[in-house]
Design a binder for this molecule. Sequence first.
Ligand code: NAP
Length: 333
Amino acid sequence: MRAVLSKAPGGPETLVVEDVLDPTPKAGEVVIEVKAVGINYPDTLIIEDKYQFRPERPFSPGAEVAGVVEAVGEDVKGVRKGDRVIAVPGWGGLVERLAVKAETVIPIPEAMSFEEAAALIMTYGTSYYALKDRAQLKAGETLLVLGAAGGVGAAAVELGKAMGARVVAAASTNDKVQFALDLGADNGLIYPTGPMDKAAQKELSGEFKLATGRDGADVVYDAVGGDYADPALRAMDWNGRYLVVGFPAGIPSLPLNLTLLKSVSVIGVFWGAAVARDPKGHAANMAELMQMYAEGKIKPRVSQTFPLDKAGAAIKALGDRQALGKIVVTVES
Ligand SMILES: NC(=O)c1ccc[n+]([C@@H]2O[C@H](COP(=O)([O-])OP(=O)(O)OC[C@H]3O[C@@H](n4cnc5c(N)ncnc54)[C@H](OP(=O)(O)O)[C@@H]3O)[C@@H](O)[C@H]2O)c1
């Protein structure tokens, strides 16, 4: 089978497509014929050895896949050949066939395409865990989402609306803000693309305050970091919750005096570790997300697809800040 492989640390241009042996299922495993692979920011980091996990090389990136169960190992219950399923292996997904533990696969609802299914779990899983379990977002509260047209950001916009919040979307271009408004955001603003000096940060904080209303945001969803973090923290309301989700723009340092002045909690979000520590909570969240999908409250937006041979270009487009919603690699075997 074909596999996209990282054989040395580096950017997407270092990835190679090679023929490797097909996997066979061990006891408790199933082999999935992969149809679609969701691309996520961690794919840009893991191939450069900049992610929390450093798999042994050669390895394939690709954190989440959707496909059809092709073979079932011994002692597997509840999953059958031919089932349409999602798996979130973390890496290893940019391949034609993938062996995973049967107990980890999630059935795909009939109405959901493989592309949507491959774009659902990491982004909505992360954002639902962040907003519901970590921030305890309540109906009527104001949620400010930074990077609102990206993968996790767009999911946070939709989930914030589904949870009854007033959502303010912030992103770097007019198209991105419009994309977030089309997802249901109540208000939006464009922020600068590059680094900001103190004056520019102060100005942005004023714009965040104007857009969120006089009292500021109850919850900030920060999947961007960098120079955007300080202005967002300054634009928070009393008892605000600041969600630390990701740092494509760099790891910021926050002035802790601001948290004291507004009684703000800074809350770390590590969805992958939370899933491993609380599988039951994760399963409950997944069931709620599938229900929201069935009710039309959420819908992954796949704006670009690439074939498996062009997976490097897909990862590059995401890293270059070009994605609107999700980029997905489709696999024809
Ligand atoms: N904590 C967790 O459990 C968890 C789980 C999944 C992902 N994450 C993290 O969340 C972040 C977003 O992931 P994603 O998959 O949603 O990525 P994505 O689709 O690429 O979205 C990231 C957004 O960051 C913004 N951005 C700002 N500066 C950037 C820069 N220099 N380069 C690239 N993008 C920049 C872009 O929006 P603008 O152009 O509008 O600024 C972009 O839309 C990543 O840091 C990822 O590692 C965390």
